[in-house]
Design a protein around this ligand. Structure first.
Ligand SMILES: [Zn+2]
Length: 351
C-alpha cells in the first residue's frame, strides 16, 4: 500500500494544472483558443485580443509569445499561426500563451506605429491604464492577463510597414541581475546573430513603457526580437521566428528538441534612432546590415518640391539595423537606426 501511495503522490506532484483565461480552460495536453475583451468606453468601441493556450502535460515555465503589438508587422503574426499547430502540447512541459494580434485596431486599419483610435504607440504605453485610451487599455489587459501569468515573455516584432530591417534582438540589462542573465540566455537561444545591449529601459514596474520591459520590471525574463519588415510576408522572416521560438522552448526545457543557440553574436552597444527635424520625403542611402563610418550619410530629407532639407549622418562607426524605406516622413520621426559593435555582453556605457 505504501508504494501505491507513493506513486499517487509522485503523479500528483508532477501533474500539470489546467489553465483558464478569458473564459476558456485548457486542460493539460490541449490547445485552446479564445478572445480577451477590451471593453468599450466613451470615445471608442473597445477591441478583442485573440489568444491561444498550449498547455503541456508536465509542469514548467509559462512562455508568453506576443505578436502584432504593431499591426503591420506581419511575420510575427504569421509565425504564431504556424506555431499554434506546430507546438505539440503532449510533449510540452509548461504552457505557451500566444497573443496572435495584440493591436487589433492597428492590424485591421493597417496603421504603422500608432493605433488608429488614439494615435498612441502600444509599445510605449505599458503597463497600461484601465480607464485610459484604447491603446492604454489593450496594454492593461495584456499586462494583467498575459504578462502577470507568464514566467518568460518574447515580444515579437519586425520593421513596421515603412521600415526595412535586418534581424536583431534587444537584451535589456537594467532589470534585476538574475532576470538580466536569464534574458541573455533567451536572446542567445532565440538565435538572432545581432543583439542590442539595451541600457536605457525604465526600471519601475509602473512606468515600464515597453511590453517586454513590463515583464522584466516584474521579475520575469524577456526579450524583444525583430525579424522582417516593410509590410512583407516573406518566408525567411517567418521561419526565423519559428526557429527562434523552438530554440527558446529547448533552452527553457519545455521541449527536449530544438535548434542550438547562437554562439558568437554581434553585440551592439551605443545605438541611436536617427530622427528628422523636417516633414517631407525621406530617401535612405544605406541598406540594413550595411556597415557605416562615423559621419556617413544615412538618409536625405526633402520638402514636397524636392528641395534638400536635411542630410542625416551616422553618429557611430557601426551597423545599420533599419532604415525608413517609404517616402513619407514627419518631423521627429525615425529615419533609421544605427548601432556600434562592442566586444561582448559585458559592455556598459561609460558614466
Ligand atoms: Zn514593432
Amino acid at each position: 500500500m505504501a508504494s501505491v501511495c507513493l506513486l499517487v503522490g509522485v503523479s500528483i506532484a508532477a501533474a500539470q494544472s489546467p489553465v483558464t483565461m478569458g473564459g476558456v480552460t485548457a486542460p493539460p495536453g490541449t490547445v485552446v483558443s479564445g478572445t480577451l475583451t477590451v471593453a468599450a468606453r466613451p470615445g471608442d468601441d473597445g477591441t478583442a485580443i485573440p489568444f491561444s493556450i498550449i498547455n503541456g502535460t508536465r509542469p514548467g515555465p509559462v512562455l508568453a509569445l506576443v505578436a502584432g503589438t504593431h499591426g503591420v508587422e506581419y511575420p510575427p503574426i504569421l509565425a504564431l499561426q504556424r506555431l499554434r499547430t506546430a507546438i505539440d502540447p503532449k510533449t510540452l512541459a509548461g504552457t505557451v500563451l500566444m497573443v496572435h494580434v495584440a493591436n487589433m485596431p492597428s492590424f485591421l486599419k493597417r496603421t504603422i506605429y500608432y493605433g488608429p483610435t488614439d494615435g498612441k504607440n502600444l509599445n510605449r504605453v505599458f503597463p497600461g491604464k484601465k480607464d485610459g485610451t484604447l491603446s492604454e487599455r489593450i496594454a492593461e489587459v495584456i499586462t494583467r492577463e498575459i504578462i502577470d501569468r507568464a514566467t518568460h515573455v518574447i515580444d515579437i516584432h519586425c520593421g513596421d510597414g515603412n521600415e526595412w530591417l535586418r534581424p536583431y534582438s534587444y537584451w535589456v540589462v537594467t532589470s534585476a541581475p538574475a532576470v538580466v542573465e536569464a534574458s541573455r540566455q533567451m536572446a542567445l537561444a532565440f538565435g538572432l546573430d545581432h543583439i542590442v545591449i539595451d541600457t536605457e529601459r525604465p526600471t519601475s514596474p509602473g512606468e515600464s513603457v515597453y511590453l517586454a520591459n513590463t515583464a522584466e520590471t516584474r521579475g520575469k525574463s524577456g526579450v524583444t526580437v525583430e525579424s522582417g519588415g516593410w509590410g512583407q510576408t516573406d518566408e525567411a522572416s517567418i521561419a526565423r521566428i519559428e526557429r527562434g521560438v523552438a530554440g527558446v522552448l529547448r533552452q527553457l526545457k519545455m521541449r527536449a528538441e530544438g535548434p542550438d543557440p547562437v554562439t558568437a553574436p554581434v553585440w551592439l552597444g551605443p545605438n541611436e534612432v536617427l530622427r528628422t527635424k523636417f516633414t517631407g520625403l525621406v530617401y535612405p542611402v544605406v541598406e540594413p546590415g550595411q556597415t557605416v563610418a562615423k559621419g556617413a550619410l544615412v538618409a536625405r530629407v526633402t520638402d514636397f518640391h524636392g528641395k534638400l532639407l536635411q542630410e542625416i549622418r551616422s553618429p557611430y562607426a557601426g551597423e545599420v539595423l533599419y532604415v525608413v524605406a517609404t517616402p513619407p516622413i514627419t518631423e521627429g520621426e525615425p529615419v533609421g537606426y544605427v548601432a556600434e559593435r562592442v566586444s561582448g555582453p559585458e559592455w556598459r556605457p561609460k558614466k
